[in-house]
Design a binder for this molecule. Structure first.
Ligand code: NAG
Ligand code: NAG
Ligand code: NAG
Ligand code: NAG
Ligand code: NAG
Ligand code: NAG
Length: 399
């Protein structure tokens, strides 16, 4: 059993999968299938990204929590400005291989148009005053990704950082209040996506039944938690192939949470995939259970550059970046950051996340390194006459 307390959450935005009430209209059937195929690609991306993040977190005994929906929204919005191999890598990494840019844009447009009381999702782009982005790039972001656009001056780093962070904090009800830290003054554009979810359990837990109890972090490490308790009928599935129990906790809305309690975390982590989750949901059976779930609040923060590179999205970060759809001249992605929070209590759950993508000019200049770390010679001359005033050789600078 691993040291990390890992929380598996599927804020299955089920309204996407089941809103067939507009049926009979060709346009809607097309949009429904494009959204479904986008969701399928996103679910694939989800587990790929999970395994990468978990691999990093394991060694540190850290929780893992992120919003694949926010990451893919930000990267899809970025992809509208990519061309050539850079675009191919992004599409391949996100699982959009079989889609065109126009298809992806339209699917996101429809996805973002789904309004729900519990989930709010969107994007914004912050552009430096002195940077000339292509108008069609900004118009596309606005039209398909509902992006709000802002002019900022990135040379005033503190102000721009505060402005972006305040925007994200507003959109996530204060849950993500420092998305951007140590903003590079060379930044010319910053693209963000956010998601906020607040759901009430269909049947809440009674706070009077919450008790301090032990949570087994590892074989010889226990911590105290506030354990919530409820006895009632739940939808549960015991996956005997991997020895894990899956609990379905519906919100009083179209969302639900799935909690997976494995006998061995590794077995579950290696086996979990979109098809398996679909299978669980199909095979759930109602039964009466005494259920104990800790009340908790967790926060995570990721720098995704290396992770995305590890998933094949390498070009956008360097010399080969083709971001010619955003502006003329060389540009590259300088950072991709992601922060997320999850709070679970007797009344329900609140989850928020945001992704930030920074862009900077990329200079071809190869900066050579010159390191005097072995014996060297030195001369001091008179600059106007080249008269040598001193000459020496340094073998050991410490004596
Ligand atoms: C999900 O990934 C698998 C394996 O990489 C692939 O065969 C499948 O086509 C992908 N599905 C979607 C919907 O992208
Ligand atoms: C970017 O990709 C486009 C389309 O493939 C290509 O025509 C262009 O030469 C590329 N530009 C750079 C700077 O790589
Ligand atoms: C940003 O500045 C440009 C040029 O100065 C202007 O055309 C544009 O409307 C401004 N955008 C916003 C959102 O203020
Ligand atoms: C955040 O919300 C406050 C209050 O609604 C508003 O005054 C402020 O302009 C917003 N900030 C940003 C960056 O959107
Ligand atoms: C599941 O548990 C049973 C009984 O303890 C055990 O025999 C089996 O090997 C386990 N399967 C896996 C995949 O761990
Ligand atoms: C669920 O939501 C409906 C509609 O908002 C409301 O009437 C109902 O009381 C809620 N049920 C619970 C248990 O909160």
């Amino acid at each position: 059993m691993h040291a990390a307390l890992k929380i598996w959450i599927f804020l299955a935005v089920t309204c996407l999968g089941r809103s067939h009430h507009h049926e009979g209209h060709d346009q809607d059937t097309v949009s429904q299938s494009s959204i479904e195929s986008l969701v399928a690609a996103n679910n694939n991306f989800t587990f790929h990204l999970y395994r990468k993040l978990a691999a990093h977190a394991d060694s540190a005994g850290k929780n893992v929590f992120f919003s694949p929906a926010s990451v893919s929204l930000a990267l899809a919005a970025l992809s509208t400005g990519t061309r050539g191999e850079t675009q191919r890598q992004l599409f391949s990494g996100l699982g959009f291989n079989s889609h065109t840019q126009a298809g992806v844009d339209q699917a996101f447009q429809r996805l973002l148009a789904h309004k729900s009381e519990e989930v709010s999702q969107g994007t914004a782009v912050f552009v430096d005053n002195k940077f000339k982005a292509r108008p069609e790039f900004l118009e596309g972001l606005n039209q398909y990704y509902s992006a709000h656009g802002f002019n900022v001056s990135f040379t005033k780093t503190k102000e721009s950082e505060d402005f972006i962070n305040e925007y994200v904090a507003n959109k996530t009800n204060g849950k993500i209040d420092k998305l951007v830290e140590n903003l590079d003054p060379r930044t010319v554009m910053y693209l963000i996506s956010y998601i906020y979810f607040k759901g009430k359990w269909e049947t809440p837990f009674n706070p009077e039944l919450t008790r301090v109890d032990k949570f087994n972090v590892a074989e010889n490490k226990k911590v105290d938690v506030q354990m919530m308790y409820k006895e009632q009928r739940f939808n549960v599935y015991r996956d005997l192939e991997i020895n894990a129990t899956v609990l379905h906790l519906p919100f009083n809305s179209s969302q639900a949470m799935l909690l997976m309690l494995p006998d061995g975390m590794n077995t579950l982590e290696n086996a979990i995939c979109p098809e398996r989750v679909t299978e669980w949901l199909k095979r759930m059976e109602a039964g009466t259970y005494k259920v104990y779930i800790p009340k908790f609040s967790i926060k995570t923060s990721y720098s995704l550059k290396e992770v995305l590179e590890g998933m094949g999205m390498t070009d956008m970060f360097g010399d080969c970046a083709n971001l010619t759809g955003i502006a003329e001249g060389k540009l590259a992605v300088s950072e991709v950051v992601h922060k997320a929070t999850l709070d679970v209590d007797e009344a329900g759950a609140t989850a928020a996340a945001a992704t930030g993508v920074g862009l900077m000019p990329w200079s071809y200049r190869h900066v050579p390194v010159l390191k005097f770390n072995r014996p060297f010679m030195a001369i001091i001359t008179e600059r106007s006459t080249n008269n040598i005033l001193f000459l020496g050789k340094v073998i050991d600078p410490t004596i």
